[in-house]
Design a protein around this ligand. Structure first.
Ligand SMILES: [Ca+2]
Length: 166
């Protein structure tokens, strides 16, 4: 695993592997957006949430801070009509509840409104992995803000996959 982050980072800059793996209707976040993020563990950078590697045990973003409300902002190069988000969260070590909340901006990031919020409770002896698809009324998004606070328990925030669909 030690050389994996470097390999994934090269693929994202080249844009080829993730592009070919996109599903019908999927928005190209690698080639068509800038990703802003509040923190990342250097061993688990934000690229790991966009590298197409998904499932339990897959590469993932892990925040650099404990018990902090973390933010990931997708800044689309052009406004995108979006109506579905798919994401995965894994936490196999700690007992904690992580929320995933999404807000969209249609005005270049000046104002945001929430489109969904959901809590996921993990425990080493119980649920350790969640895959979710959230559908919502189609919106012409300039920015998509994903917020991942810890609601209960202690630990960093994580996100294995973030995918956006028309
Ligand atoms: Ca991943």
């Amino acid at each position: 695993m030690t050389d994996l982050p470097r390999i994934r980072k090269w693929q994202l800059e080249a844009g080829a592997a993730t592009t070919s793996a996109r599903a019908p209707g999927e928005i190209d976040l690698v080639g068509g957006a800038t990703i802003a993020y509040s923190s990342e563990d250097p061993a688990h950078p934000i690229e790991h949430s966009l590298d197409g590697n998904s499932g339990a045990g897959a590469t993932r973003w892990i925040s650099a801070r404990l018990d902090t409300v973390e933010r990931i902002v997708v800044e689309f190069d052009q406004p995108q009509a979006i109506s579905r988000l798919a994401y995965e969260v894994e936490e196999e070590l700690r007992e904690r509840t992580q929320e995933v909340r999404a807000e969209v901006s249609e005005d270049g990031g000046r104002t945001y409104r929430q489109i969904f919020a959901q809590d996921y409770t993990f425990s080493p002896g119980g649920a350790t992995y969640q895959r979710e698809v959230q559908r919502f009324n189609r919106v012409q998004a300039s920015h998509l803000l994903t917020i991942v606070p810890n609601k209960n328990g202690s630990g960093p925030a994580t996100l294995t996959t973030l995918r956006v669909f028309a």
